[in-house]
Design a protein around this ligand. Structure first.
Ligand SMILES: [Zn+2]
Length: 304
């Protein structure tokens, strides 16, 4: 496996580490660079981010791990993490999907039960075979073509629920919400954190102070955000390694499961996310049938 990390660097600071002709520029304000973790500049990115954060600023605004595999590594892998590459809005909640927030974890906000069918705006759903709303959470939908592939090949581990149009009362769309039948534990080998350089599980709260035009002092209390929940339900803001899952006897004969614990943060309509995993056979069928909206990475099943 070859692993590099893509960063979006604030352009006016990029010259601290990168030549003008390195990476690609997104307009005038952001430079996108891909860098190996063995490059000495990798850790320098972390140091500059830390210094920038101390001044309420940022050196990079986004990062993403890019992992590539040899054919042998893909052939030998039994399980893959299944990523959704297509995102869309409005979210289910904005379209009238009802959640019971009282059932969510009081510390991290994960796990609110969905009380109604998933409602979505039909025209907003991408023409793909799997997609997720900008809310993440369980708002992952698949096409009829995907459902038929699962049923025709007797792939095990998934149920599907109808998705309802937000415009026409009760009209079923030809998309389905994925409902995993099994949820399995992350191994402690999996690393979570806020960025590759910051493995902390929370951001402390703070108070914003400002003065209104009439001279009144206003204070706004921003609460702490807890990503690594002491209740054990949410693991962190981001997954920083390949996923490691604790071995379980239900895996025999299974083609799909989700992580029991979630990752991410609860903010506005955004919800924490159970990660999806599929068997080598399911990954191959998706690729052979040219289904769209997927990306795969090797996942590891381990004893501890
Ligand atoms: Zn929690």
């Amino acid at each position: 496996m070859k692993e590099i990390v893509e960063f979006r660097i604030i352009m006016r600071y990029a010259h601290f580490l990168f030549r003008d002709d390195e990476g690609t520029n997104l307009g005038d304000s952001v430079k996108v660079v891909r860098i190996d973790k063995n490059d000495p500049r990798f850790n320098a990115i972390g140091e500059l981010q830390k210094k920038a954060c101390e001044k309420n600023n940022l050196f990079f605004t986004y990062f993403e791990y890019k992992r590539s595999y040899t054919e042998t590594e893909i052939n030998n892998a039994e399980w893959f993490q299944m990523f959704q590459t297509r995102h869309f809005e409005p979210s289910g909640e904005e379209c009238g999907t009802i959640y019971d927030e009282s059932s969510a974890c009081p510390i991290c906000g994960s796990g609110a039960k969905q009380l109604s069918p998933l409602k979505l705006k039909r025209s907003s759903i991408p023409k793909a075979d799997m997609a997720v709303t900008i809310a993440w959470g369980d708002e992952k939908v698949v096409s009829e073509r995907f459902v038929n592939l699962v049923r025709d090949n007797n792939l095990k581990g998934m149920d599907f629920e109808p998705v309802i149009s937000s415009a026409n009362r009760g009209q079923k769309l030809n998309y389905y919400q994925v409902r995993p039948q099994y949820y399995l534990d992350f191994s402690k080998k999996t690393v979570f954190g806020r960025t590759p350089f910051d493995l902390s599980g929370k951001v402390p709260g703070y108070t914003l102070e400002g003065v209104q035009p009439d001279g009144t002092l206003v204070k706004k209390v921003i609460p702490p955000e807890i990503y690594k929940c002491p209740n054990g339900d949410n693991m962190g803001l981001c997954l920083l390694t390949e996923a490691y899952i604790k071995s379980d006897s239900v895996l025999n004969g299974l083609d799909f499961f989700a992580s029991k614990q979630t990752i991410g943060g609860r903010r506005g309509v955004i919800r924490q996310d159970h990660l999806f995993f599929c068997s080598n056979r399911m990954m191959r069928l998706i690729k052979e049938n040219n289904l769209k909206g997927f990306k795969f990475e090797v996942a590891h099943i381990v004893d501890e």
